[in-house]
Design a protein around this ligand. Structure first.
Ligand SMILES: NC(=O)c1ccc[n+]([C@@H]2O[C@H](COP(=O)([O-])OP(=O)(O)OC[C@H]3O[C@@H](n4cnc5c(N)ncnc54)[C@H](O)[C@@H]3O)[C@@H](O)[C@H]2O)c1
Length: 254
């Protein structure tokens, strides 16, 4: 065997079964496509929007019962679970209120469903993976779990960055490290991918200010996030666990 032959499957997910939560969303759809292109059997999981996504399973990350039921369904039907990508984005109807008027009950509800949901889904997946020799969990966090927002980019728009998001995403980075150390001996890796701002019809003034603060000079496209997820999911990332891989065009490097 030559050295190059031994790397043929380094970035392959062939033979692996993956579940992506939030699969009907902006990033979830691309991540499903990226994992499928790498050879995985990808199960799209979401509370809604699953029409046309096949195979799929209804999963509400804010209900541990729903999470456990959905992952069990996948294992029953696909035979195993090797990869979980947590990409759901639950939020209350008043999400996006300015800090001074964020309702405390709403703040708690968002932390509960989003941070709590990522924990419940990761733990349920890790238990299943532990029982079958291991696997890889990738949790979508954010640069705002690592750095504070630059609020000037929101000036003159209806947009802002809720304070709950910092608690949620910082918590996801932290709980991911804990899960990595807890489940590492069972062969389960657990990492984060932290995107910067992804272009999605934001006002021009926001985009221009955001891009001016980004060393690579542009917002992310959804496909920019996919390579990092596939890397952590496949054997190329086999010795990486407890890591937060920042994909932000250099935003947080300043
Ligand atoms: N878009 C960005 O700019 C950006 C930047 C950094 C991090 N992120 C993170 O990436 C992830 C995905 O973001 P997105 O922009 O694709 O969001 P999105 O709103 O486009 O999609 C989120 C998906 O989650 C699903 N969802 C909502 N509540 C759910 C629940 N209780 N159970 C299961 N699914 C549920 C929705 O139905 C939707 O399909 C989130 O963790 C988000 O915080 C996004």
């Amino acid at each position: 065997m030559t050295a190059s032959e031994s790397y043929d499957t380094l970035f392959s997910c062939a033979g692996r079964v993956a579940v992506v939560t939030g699969a009907a969303g902006l990033l979830g759809r691309e991540i499903c496509a990226g994992l499928a292109a790498a050879g995985a059997e990808v199960w799209a999981a979401d509370v809604s929007g699953l029409e046309g996504l096949d195979p799929s399973v209804v999963l509400d990350v804010s209900s541990e019962e729903s999470v456990v039921r959905a992952l069990d369904q996948v294992v029953t039907r696909a035979g195993r679970l090797d990869i979980l990508v947590n990409c759901a984005y639950p939020r209350t109807a008043d999400w996006g209120a300015p800090l001074e008027s964020e309702e405390y009950a709403s703040w708690l509800a968002n932390v509960d469903s989003h941070l709590g949901g990522y924990f419940a889904t990761s733990r349920a997946a890790a238990r299943l993976m532990s029982a079958s020799g291991g696997g890889s969990i990738v949790n979508l966090a954010s640069i705002y779990g690592v750095v504070g927002p630059s609020y000037e980019v929101y000036e003159g728009t209806d947009m802002t960055m809720p304070s709950a998001y910092a608690a949620i995403k910082g918590g996801i980075v932290s709980i991911t490290r804990l899960l990595a150390t807890y489940f590492g001996p069972a062969g389960v890796r657990c990492n984060c991918v932290s995107p910067g701002g992804v272009e999605d019809r934001q006002p021009d003034s926001f985009r221009q200010r955001y891009e001016a603060l980004t060393p690579l000079g542009r917002m992310a496209q959804p496909r920019d996030i996919v390579g990092a997820v596939v890397f952590l999911a496949c054997d190329a990332g086999a010795y990486v666990t407890g890591h937060n891989l920042i994909v932000d065009g250099g935003w947080s490097a300043r």
